[in-house]
Design a protein around this ligand. Sequence first.
Ligand code: DX5
Ligand code: ZN
Length: 226
Amino acid sequence: MTLHDHAPRIAPSILSADFARLADEIAMCEAGGADWIHVDVMDGQFVPNITFGTKVIETVRKLTELPLDCHLMIVQPERYFEDFVEAGASGITIHAEVSPHLQRQLARLRELGCRAGVALNPSTSLTGIVEVIADLDLLLVMTVNPGFGGQSFIPHSPDKIRRARRVLAEAGSRAVLEVDGGIARDTIGDCWRAGADTFVAGNAIFAAKDPQAEIGILREQCAISV
Ligand code: DX5
Ligand code: ZN
């Protein structure tokens, strides 16, 4: 059996985009072949940083037809599910660390017609999702501690990704296995080989000399890594 049944998905994180030129940046992502647009919502409580909310999602929604992959790094995320879905979120990922009623929260996301995702911090064990695999459309394994773009990839992450892939496979789950943080030319191949299929990249794309080409280059790194 092959590890992957489709090409790697690339999800540029607009956290690293130039917001004065947001429309151009989104158009660049589309032209470069991005699969999803990753939107990082931070509240200054779960993570130290504050970013943006529904207003920005609404704006991005008007700029592209690509799925909006919304990563909520906020406490009590369920308070905002309806708002984010209405603003145009295609998928919502919440953190297990701040979601004690994960089963109910994931079921609610599906009810709202949204891809239901759970993110795990680097220090959070995979056991946190074992009981909710049936409710899960996406598992996000953080490869940095969330809060900021441009951080270094945590080197032992591929081992956790490998174990995450195994847990999903054993449960017969078809959930997306996404990674986020420090994904770049030198780290993406190891994650793909470990079983990740969807790659968030901020700095690696937006700080590249040719951001549009970088999206394809990242995808190619997966192909040559196997
Ligand atoms: C980190 C965010 C990431 C971030 C990734 O807390 O969740 O999505 O934008 O940025 P890079 O790719 O620069 O590490
Ligand atoms: Zn993110």
